[in-house]
Design a binder for this molecule. Structure first.
Ligand SMILES: [Zn+2]
Length: 96
C-alpha cells in the first residue's frame, strides 16, 4: 500500500510542470517536454518554467481591419480609406 502512495507522489511530482501548465495554449508541447525530458532534471525545470510563464498575447491587430470612420473593411497597408477617403492609421509594426 505504501508503495502505491509513494509511486503516486513521485508521478505527481514528475508531472508537476504538466499540472501547472494544463491550461496553457501550448500544453501539449509542455507535456511532451515533461514526459520525454523530465528525467533529465534540466528538462523538468525548463518545462516547469515554461508552464509558469504567461501565454503570449494574441496579436492586437484584427484579422479584418476596417476604417475607423466608416467601418468599411480595408486592406492592411492602405494609407487612405477607399470608401470615405479618410487617413488610416496603423499600429506600429504593421507594414505601411
Ligand atoms: Zn472610411
Amino acid at each position: 500500500m505504501f508503495h502505491l502512495i509513494a509511486f503516486g507522489l513521485c508521478a505527481a511530482l514528475y508531472f508537476l510542470p504538466s499540472i501547472v501548465g494544463r491550461a496553457k495554449r501550448n500544453f501539449p508541447a509542455i507535456f511532451m517536454l515533461n514526459l520525454f525530458l523530465g528525467w533529465t532534471v534540466i528538462g523538468w525545470i525548463v518545462a516547469l518554467i515554461w508552464a509558469s510563464t504567461a501565454d503570449f498575447p494574441v496579436p492586437a491587430t484584427p484579422a479584418h481591419p476596417s476604417c475607423s470612420v466608416c467601418r468599411t473593411p480595408i486592406q492592411a497597408g492602405q494609407n487612405f480609406c477607399p470608401h470615405c477617403g479618410s487617413r488610416l492609421t496603423w499600429p506600429q509594426g504593421t507594414p505601411a
